[in-house]
Design a protein around this ligand. Structure first.
Ligand code: DO4
Ligand code: MG
Length: 293
């Protein structure tokens, strides 16, 4: 069971998608309202959705014909870093590390790297442009599994995230991390949230990233979440420590795919990130120079 938001006649509507791709309207404005309803009733989101579906008819529209939007208005998106050896090796390369680096240390350490990645207004959904920074010459998408959490840190769903990153800014000095990670439209989420109870094994999800330039595929790679160095609950346990979470907080779990060291995103590239059972998160790439804000 997946939760989506779609746009129809100017309104953004919440809906549930069953495994046979039938779409049912939900009477809530956002996934966060569905979570609050589940909390009030002491039930799971899946139970609430199933109760609604039992008494209603599916929409006439097919999922592929809907204009999908950001599936949740999360106040905050957090991210874990250096949770896959692929990411550690790439950071060591960009930082020109020749001896044990902070990246080697954090990969092995008990405490994971966690950072605030994005806020509600900086986060975009599918088919909306991600922006590249004007002051960086080395930028990549980071395809990541996203955990959708409630305020107690319980994992209620899984989604896809793109942790857009500037490798030259972070490579110059890791203290520049917030600038290497956070800017306008630097975080994409979606296209759906898969309810946690309907995921058989979250440590066996294949993530695929493809990048197209002028219609030609210039990058493709896949990796499995089985390669994750840590456990999801372990990451969450550090995130909630002495912290306040809000219903719908998203925690990106780190990248297991890094394009080659000579690759940088360009304006008008198209990024696709796919996790079967969740969907394909597609975003065009734009430079901010001509963007009116
Ligand atoms: O240390 C920098 C961040 C690493 C990261 O975002 C990742 O591994 O996904
Ligand atoms: Mg990342």
């Amino acid at each position: 069971m997946r939760i989506i938001k779609y746009k129809e006649k100017g309104a953004v509507l919440l809906a549930a998608v069953t495994d046979d791709s039938k779409v049912y309207a939900l009477p809530y404005a956002d996934f966060i309202e569905l979570m609050a309803r589940a909390d009030d009733k002491g039930e799971t989101c899946l139970t609430i959705v199933n109760e609604i579906i039992q008494d209603s008819l599916p929409l006439d529209e097919k999922l592929e014909d809907l204009s999908l939007q950001l599936p949740i208005n999360a106040y905050e998106v957090w991210a874990a870093g250096v949770t896959y050896s692929k990411s550690r090796d790439a950071r060591n390369h960009e930082a020109k590390a020749i001896v044990d680096s902070y990246y080697d240390k954090v990969y092995e350490a008990e405490r994971p790297e966690l950072f605030l990645k994005s806020t509600e207004r900086r986060t975009i959904g599918p088919n909306t442009p991600v922006y590249i920074r004007s002051d960086s010459n080395w930028q990549i998408p980071e395809p990541e599994l996203g955990l959708v959490l409630n305020r107690d840190g319980k994992i209620v769903g899984y989604t896809i995230g793109n942790d857009m990153s500037s490798r030259d800014i972070e490579g110059e000095n890791p203290l520049y991390l917030p600038q290497a990670k956070i800017w306008r439209h630097s975080c994409a989420i979606g296209p759906t949230i898969r309810l946690a109870e309907t995921v058989t094994d979250p440590y066996n999800l294949l993530i695929t990233c493809r990048i197209f330039r002028e219609g030609v595929k210039v990058f493709e790679d896949s990796a499995n979440t089985s390669l994750l160095k840590r456990k999801y609950d372990e990451l969450v346990s550090y995130l909630i420590r002495d912290n306040q979470l809000f219903d719908g907080t998203i925690l990106l779990t780190g990248t297991c795919i890094v394009p080659g060291d000579d690759f940088t995103l360009q304006e008008d590239d198209l990024i696709e990130i796919e996790i079967p059972g969740i969907g394909v998160l597609t975003n065009p790439v734009k430079s901010q120079v001509n963007v009116k804000v």
